[in-house]
Write a protein that binds this ligand. Structure first.
Ligand code: SLL
Length: 230
């Protein structure tokens, strides 16, 4: 039973990263999928995901994509389960409205994002763009964003910090941290070891020089005494 605690945590701010955007693949006329309208030039997929496939379902309940209403049948596409994505084909670029709905216990209003569907290569100089077009390279346009929950409800805070892969430092992370610390220490010891050796060498050389000077002084004293006695 989910907690119904809607008390908000004052001064607390917690964020979770997401990635949203599209991939578009030009249609090869020789391999046009059956049933695809003749004027469609691309197949594309728009999606909302966690970073590196991290689960986002514990805080995102559903995602609604609004496609170009004048040209797409049923432009509002609602996904209640992952993957939160829509795959389509078409001929033109347009802005897609993405509405994220959070779980009710979060007491968060839906959040609206916008993504401009990219079908055509847009990275590089004209020669690179032309090459990408000729080779029918897939086009990708993704945004990284952080959903910030300011003063989350206690229930939402519990959900965000106890579920998913982006939780508070876990055993796994501690282990990596320990490995990192051990490695850093080893490097530092090596460095200290090398430094110690250099200092020892300096001390040794200085000692030799000192011994030579002492010998010189002793000889001079001896000669001085000899002169005094003569
Ligand atoms: C443009 N303003 O003219 C934009 C609109 C709409 C793209 C692009 C629909 C495909 C279909 C489609 O590709 N719409 O006929 O189902 O570039």
């Amino acid at each position: 039973m989910p907690s119904s605690n809607t008390k908000r945590l004052k001064g607390v701010s917690i964020y979770r990263p997401i990635v949203y955007g599209n991939i578009a693949v030009p249609v090869d006329p020789a391999e046009r999928p059956r049933g695809m309208p003749a004027d469609h030039t691309h197949q594309w997929t728009i999606s909302v995901k966690g970073v590196d496939g991290a689960d986002i379902t514990h805080f995102i309940k559903k995602v609604q994509f609004k496609l170009h209403a004048d040209t797409y049948a049923n432009p509002t596409r609602t996904l209640e389960h992952p993957p939160f994505e829509v795959s389509e084909s078409g001929w033109g670029e347009f802005e897609i409205q993405i509405k994220l709905f959070f779980h009710p216990e979060s007491n968060e209003k839906p959040l609206t994002l916008f993504h401009y569907l990219k079908l055509h290569p847009y990275n590089g100089d004209e020669a690179e763009l032309e090459l990408a077009r000729q080779q029918r390279r897939p086009v990708m346009s993704y945004n990284y964003d952080e959903l910030v929950f300011n003063e989350p409800t206690e229930a939402m805070y519990d959900i965000l910090t106890s579920k998913g892969s982006a939780k508070l430092p876990s055993k796994g992370k501690t282990k990596h941290r320990e490995e990192f610390v051990a490695e850093a220490e080893a490097v530092e010891l090596d460095r200290l070891g090398a430094g110690f050796k250099t200092v020892q060498e300096h001390v040794e050389k200085t000692r030799e020089k000192l011994a030579a000077k002492e010998k010189e002084v002793a000889e001079m004293k001896k000669r001085l005494e000899e002169l005094n006695n003569s």
